[in-house]
Design a protein around this ligand. Sequence first.
Ligand SMILES: [Zn+2]
Length: 266
Amino acid sequence: MLVKENKFSFPSFAAARLIDTHAHLNFKEFGKDRSQAIKRAFEGGVEKIINVGTNLKGSKDSVSLAEKYKNILASVSLHPIDVEDEKFDKKVWLELAKHQKVVAIGETGFDFFHRSDKEKQKEVFKALIEIACQVEKPLIIHSREADKEILDILSHSKLPSKRGVIHCFGRDYNVAKKFLELGFLISYTGNITYNIERASSVLKVPLEKIMVETDCPFMAPLPFRGKRNEPLFVKYVAKEIAKIKNITFEEAAKITTKNARKLFGL
Ligand SMILES: [Zn+2]
């Protein structure tokens, strides 16, 4: 039976072709069912997945995954949380960044919630911005209790022409606006389904500047909060955006996918 005009259901989700712009399928949480999770996503309406590496091994694993699956792309980076644990060799990262299936550099930025070593984080962040400029690929920015410091670095650095995205955004519009002014897009995860504060900027950020992501295995949207997240669940993020903006799910899917294709050259 056809569901009559319920704009918040997924009548044509399988044809929606969403892009999960931020996944960590290489993480151990997918050790037992990685290929099934990927299959579920592609069969359920996810067009492409960008898998984000957070250290050297994870970034190489992301590239391997991208080599194995046509519709998985990779992003490579030493995450601000991981800068203490490994030495950053710029030459190695530049080579990795040049790989044809690497579409972004990140996630990089600052995380002052988990780590306080500001100088080390800054050194790696700046080096990765330089690499992004050298290979002309957009940045995926991680900002945790560090918007002011990140905005300061970004506004004083040469940036790649397509700039990039602030991922897992959950602050208010005044913060989003500053990143938008620098030419960045804003990406939302399942946490916008948790409470209104995290979703407060969605209404005001133009749809043309929004992308969706899971950040899986973390940030599972309602009704799966607390469970392992996976790329298929990106539909709940698009659904929430549609609900907040009072548009159809199809429109939210179509525009966010268009934005991701444009930013990452897909
Ligand atoms: Zn992430």
